[in-house]
Design a protein around this ligand. Structure first.
Ligand SMILES: [Zn+2]
Length: 271
């Protein structure tokens, strides 16, 4: 079978090519690496991160996150295609993430001993969801906003909570009132539906390709664990559960075990 594929690639005279989208990115963004003309599953790296390829239509793809700590300047992407190395470069721009001061209920800064077990159980439930097996992407179109609403906070904000605790905002906040609809950003499988201490009522979706999205602080759930959902399908309703200053949707994106800027995922042009 492999010989047949190799022969076919050779017969077609196709030379392997690499394309990285976008060509300029910021720390926290996500890149799509496209390889065409490979007979076998390629392997490679983006900077120091390994690439996890899957087959998509007539080509191979890998999605790779840029850590928030990624240094600015050129980032090299190297891919081994059937024994030959091909490369591309991406320009990493400065993040320039703003600093913000926020005030939240003190019980979220220093959780009382009585909720420590609950927080630990929440963390185990998240970890289990993130361990969903890697596979090809389960979607054909790009990602869509889960709400058509104003952005109230962006990914990467450096936050000081109650003048004491430093955190990074690893999601995108979209405005809303309690009861407003929250829809799936793309086709996928529901891998978590849970009332969590910090994130409130939470839904996590697995989309394949190592991509997950999350929907926090909901007032109601409209899906069950294990359900297959379509892009735009109702997942739940906006709420103010968990650590919040008011009702909104905290929309989260995760690629290859790192939180990424949801706006970068939303903007990514999938072939
Ligand atoms: Zn948020």
């Amino acid at each position: 079978m492999l010989q047949l594929l190799a022969a076919r690639a050779g017969a077609a005279g196709t030379e392997a090519s690499i394309e990285v989208r976008p060509t300029s990115a910021r720390p926290g963004d996500v890149l799509l690496v496209l390889v065409r003309g490979a007979a076998h599953l390629p392997s490679g790296t983006a900077g120091t991160r390994p690439l996890h390829f899957y087959v998509q239509d007539d080509h191979h793809e890998a999605l790779v996150p840029l850590p928030l700590e990624e240094e600015t300047g050129p980032l090299s992407v190297h891919v081994d295609v059937d024994g030959t190395e091909i490369s591309a470069a991406v320009e990493v721009q400065p993040g320039n993430f703003p600093q913000r001061e926020l005030t939240v209920d003190q019980k979220f800064i220093a959780p009382p001993a009585s909720v420590k077990a609950r927080i630990a159980a929440d963390q185990r439930a998240f970890a289990k969801a993130w361990r969903t097996a890697f596979g090809p992407r389960a979607f054909t179109e790009g990602f869509a906003r889960p709400r058509d609403a104003e952005v109230t906070a962006r990914f990467g904000d450096q936050r000081m909570l109650n003048g004491r605790k430093k955190t990074v905002h690893y999601g995108l906040d979209l405005d809303g009132q309690v009861g407003d609809p929250v829809t799936a950003a793309n086709d996928g499988t529901v891998v978590l539906v849970r009332d969590c201490y910090t994130s409130g009522n939470t839904v996590l979706l697995s989309h394949g390709g190592g991509v997950f999205t999350g929907y926090f602080h909901l007032s109601a759930f409209k899906v069950k664990p294990g359900a297959h959902v379509k892009r735009g399908e109702l997942l739940g309703l906006v709420g103010k559960t968990g650590r919040v200053t008011g009702p909104h949707l905290h929309f989260l994106a995760r690629v290859d075990h790192l939180y990424v800027n949801p706006e970068a995922l939303l903007a990514l042009p999938f072939p």
